[in-house]
Design a protein around this ligand. Sequence first.
Ligand SMILES: NC(=O)NCCC(=O)O
Ligand SMILES: [Zn+2]
Ligand SMILES: [Zn+2]
Length: 484
Amino acid sequence: MTKIIKGGTVVTADRTYKADVFIQHDKIVAVGPDLNHDADHVIDATGCYVMPGGIDPHTHMEMPFMGTHSTDDFDSGTAAALAGGTTMTVDFCLPAPNQGLIDALQQWYQKAGKARTDYSFHMAITWWDKQVFDEMPKVVEQGINTFKHFMAYKGSLMVNDDEMFASFSRCAEIGAMPLVHAENGDVVAFLQQKLLAEGNNGPEAHGFSRPPEVEGEAANRAIMIADQAGVPLYVVHVSCEQTHEAIRRARQKGMRVFGEPLIQHLLLDENEYLNDDWDYAARRVMSPPFRSKDHQNSLWAGLAAGSLQVVATDHCAFTTEQKRMGLGDFTKIPNGTGGIEERLPLLWTYGVRTGRLTMNEFVAATSTNIAKILNIYPRKGAIVEGADADIIIWDPEATKTITAGSQKSAIDYTVFEGMPVHGLPRMTLSRGRVAYEEGEVKADTGDGRFVERPANPPVAKALSTWKELTAPRRVERAGIPAGV
Ligand SMILES: NC(=O)NCCC(=O)O
Ligand SMILES: [Zn+2]
Ligand SMILES: [Zn+2]
């Protein structure tokens, strides 16, 4: 099976140029101007950009959380992904208390059997003892090189500093990278109880209970712990200047820290929680919460400056009925919002079309940077010979208004309802197959494949080399033997 994409403009993280793309089976085998290869299918990309498929490194499909499960599973969630130009998702495997990592992984492989996109997992460290320590290298052997730590959700997913330091140190030993959800869970728990006691029980109190300082403190703490453990760090859902500042400062000091804003935090602000309609506000409850416009400006600036690298979604979609579990007590509203179908069109419309990002920065933030961080580049995140043929044919002139009625997600609303977008995928190819075209998802349930991610990405190797070189060393003194 061969295909040729003709007449388009290839946009990658570092170049924009007129070129055709020739695909054989699941791989790109040639990229260049006016290719005259014979192909079984010709795809006309005149007037379109040809870009690497999006990679969303932060999703929660069918996530067991807060007494329920997120409603988009790997089937509906990855259908939505393809419709929005995303060809790979990375979900979080969450072991239950005392459950082994490998055991939990079997459950996630089973759930992900329904995926229509390629996928991988981050393994969450939700508790700590020798079994977890022993199983971490086995997880890495299975092609998972990232471990997630929740510094919030006290009493469920949260880990303490000692557990985090032990796990980060283990990551350093096995060439893996820790991720953190950075919020001070103890302070959040205190503020939640205080607000409830004062009669603040509506969804707006969710925002009051998680101020930016709570996030910035935790991010800074995780960064310093990672530095002591000698390991790179990836901070998920960076929502505010305080966290961005901590990341920026660390990077300026040479620390290997990455930051991931979400499309929701870039575009939706804290006023959403003040809406008169309880359902409207509750649907937007996620952690960290939406912030002020100043924080949004900081995140956009970080993407342009390179201090923040990746735009994700944290797609974790609950229905209105599920959100109503928190009527009368905001702490029981399942935390999470959707965005996997809208991420690329929104970032294009409000990033590229406004001049806040270049097209190349758009590709970097939605695909290439995370492919490098996750050590799957250039198999993913690139339009080059030998890469997987995960490609978007992007029509920069296509428009629509986002509405729940036409989304692929299984929930009954979208937090982006009514927002116009200008720039949409006309076609999405996943490993050379047409997976989405003109409104229709063509990939079947189960077409996705697990993508193995090898340990020791270049940044981890460089950092461990440097840490070894600069490690404290005993000064040898004449006449004083070691151990005295
Ligand atoms: N973000 C959120 O509110 N829900 C999903 C779980 C998490 O990432 O914290
Ligand atoms: Zn989180
Ligand atoms: Zn998340």
